[in-house]
Design a protein around this ligand. Sequence first.
Ligand SMILES: [Zn+2]
Length: 348
Amino acid sequence: MLPSETIGHIAVNVPKVELHLHLEGAIPLETLFHLIQKKGEPSIENIDDLQRKLTYTDFDHFIDTWIWKNTFITEERDFEWITYDVLRSLTYHHVKYVEAFYSPSDYFGQGFSTQKITEYVIKGKERAYRECGIQCELILDVVRGNSLDLCMQQVEDVEPYLGKGVIGIGLGGREQKYPADTYSLVYRQAKQKGFRVTAHAGEADGPKSIWAAIRALGCERIGHGVRAFEDPELVRLLREKNLPLEMCVISNVRTGVIPSVEAHPITEYFRKGLLVTVNSDDPTMFNTTVSREYSVLAEQLGFSLEDLKRISFNGITASFLPEKDKESLKCSFEKEWDAVLDTFVQHS
Ligand SMILES: [Zn+2]
């Protein structure tokens, strides 16, 4: 096996796609600390305090901390530089294309509107594209627990931005408490309007939640899908339909969904030929990066460099990009992979 340092360099430098990333969970630590200082929070005096705050006893504790963090976004216009900072930070990890969730309804209590947040996020992502060359499309997070009316309204609110920055909708929030079936009407309407659809499923809940995301919501991808292995028939279906899984290994360990990296089913899914993608979910909240997700696969789960390359290409295949854009991205990834392997493997 290659030395750990070499794997780390390769993981950072190879081109990658992120399909499961929450903008508000990816705010660089320094940016988040700046927001906290702006509003004021006596318990967080420095970055170390903040880092300590971002550890969780279980999934509910994570959601509570998520909500706490949101209180420091005090103006709609904050979303412009948050989005820019997030995307710029991803370019250090050679992420070329992102499909990012954003969750406007988390900020309704602060009096923000879906439209205004969407506009500022789009401004931020356009600036990141101009200045850093990173491409991003947005996925509106319709949150479990919100009423059907509210979710429908949100879909209508972002419809004018569809194809102009917004590409789809996703379902997040407390999976065990609010089954996916409840939101089937929202998904049907969104699909009719042309939104692409995904949902968190099989993360905090079992296979029935994934079945619901597929059958009741008609999802084109599954967010996480960790617990699919509990139902072999479901695993067969995922393979037959080539339904992509947006996997986020470190996130699952941090929230206690699985006990350790070694216990994660990603290796089994990958070896069985499922369309597995690797993502960072909420990198700031989970003290990870997408590069780290790749190196963990190599160092702890026995993935070869060829396997990692396949994972990065799976990200393109599973994206909501038009076919011609996928092909051109694959061509540039091929060249970049060759260059990185040439630099780090030949000389190690
Ligand atoms: Zn997520």
